[in-house]
Design a protein around this ligand. Structure first.
Ligand code: SAM
Length: 330
């Protein structure tokens, strides 16, 4: 089949699949403390439905698939989905983003099912601050999960995602940087985006990648820049004397929309062409109404034709996305 190309000439190579909107954490920058309604179960795509849509997009050139949520590991039998997707022709790179709390039990089954790459979200190595940001006392379990993941050499790289928030993250930076120096992890700082359900995001809460890099270099000395793929969301750096790597994902201070090659499938089968989309493309209804592969492929192509040129976070009059991060799939 023809590759999937949007109206601005960007070829779509990457699909993020949310397997559930549910989560066992309540990170302040993502979810409210309580009160977010879950999708009814019958609205959520089953594994065969997800696998069919992945197979279709892979047939149009998507070769990178990332499972996310909500928290993907709270969905029952996720390794079974991994097994299905790992066998899909064209899927070259299958990864998963998790808060890590269930990894101590699931790292082995996920690797066994064919998972080869993992991102673990971890914003602080202090018990108090971890609980403050996630509203859960679970740091030790996440660290155990990371250790378990490290036992499997097939699962590389292990990336750690830290959301960088002004007034919170500055004190966490030295310990997180030290983790990347000491361990074979890629520790990535991601700028806080206006996708929080509480809608407290303000421009002055964004701690930029440049500011964090300056904090790290002041403590550890100059970092060495590493080459990155053109479609990469992150700038990569190494320590002169370290094992792991650092990354800075700067969607607010240095947007990378011009090389964006991603689309997203929500847990309820809506295709989103940008994190900040106000519009979604319903794939679930035609999928369940018996549409053929060709009909679904045409719908996906049509949606991609309408992919947004860029997010408008920094523009006056910016309007937030139609759903918050945990409902979209980060
Ligand atoms: N539960 C999984 C996890 O914790 O990684 C997967 C879903 S989570 C929504 C995916 C990623 O989005 C996490 O790394 C999280 O830190 C990030 N995230 C959530 N809200 C964000 C925001 N407002 N700005 C930037 N990143 C955010």
């Amino acid at each position: 089949m023809e590759p999937l190309v949007d109206a601005w000439g960007r070829e779509i190579k990457s699909l993020r699949v949310s397997v559930t909107d549910r989560c066992n954490f309540r990170c302040k920058y993502c979810m409210p403390a309580e009160g977010l309604e879950w999708l009814p179960r019958d609205e959520v795509l089953d594994y065969e439905e997800i696998a069919r849509l992945v197979r279709l997009t892979a047939g149009m050139g998507v070769d990178e698939v990332r499972l996310t949520g909500g928290e993907p590991l709270v969905r029952r039998d996720v390794p079974e989905l991994v097994r299905l997707l790992a066998q899909t022709p064209g899927v070259r790179d299958l990864s998963l983003t998790t808060n890590g709390i269930l990894l101590d039990k699931l790292a082995g089954p996920l690797v066994d099912a064919g998972l080869r790459r993992i991102n673990v979200s971890l914003d602080s190595l202090s018990h108090v601050r971890f609980a403050e940001i996630t509203r859960r006392d679970a740091l030790d379990r996440v660290l155990r999960g990371l250790e378990e993941a490290e036992r499997f050499p097939e699962l590389r790289p292990i990336k750690i995602n830290c959301v960088a928030i002004k007034g919170f993250t500055e004190t966490e930076v030295p310990a997180l940087a030290e983790l990347a120096r000491r361990k074979p992890y890629v520790v990535r700082f991601i700028e806080f985006m206006p996708l929080d359900a509480d809608e407290v995001w303000r421009t002055d809460q964004v701690l930029s990648g440049a500011e964090i890099r300056a904090l790290i270099e002041a403590e550890f000395g100059p970092l060495v820049e590493l080459p990155a793929k053109p479609s990469s969301t992150s700038k990569r750096f190494a320590f002169a004397d370290g094992v792991g790597e650092l990354g800075f994902v700067n969607p607010v201070s240095e947007p990378f929309c011009s090389t964006c090659d991603r689309i997203r499938l929500t847990a309820d089968g809506q295709l989103r062409t940008c994190l900040f989309s106000r519009r979604e493309w319903d794939l679930k209804t035609p999928l369940r109404a018996g549409s053929t592969d060709d009909e679904l492929a045409a719908l996906i192509r049509w949606a991609v034709q309408h992919k947004e040129l860029k997010h408008r976070i920094n523009d006056p009059g910016f309007v937030r996305a139609s759903r918050s991060m945990s409902q979209i799939g980060g």
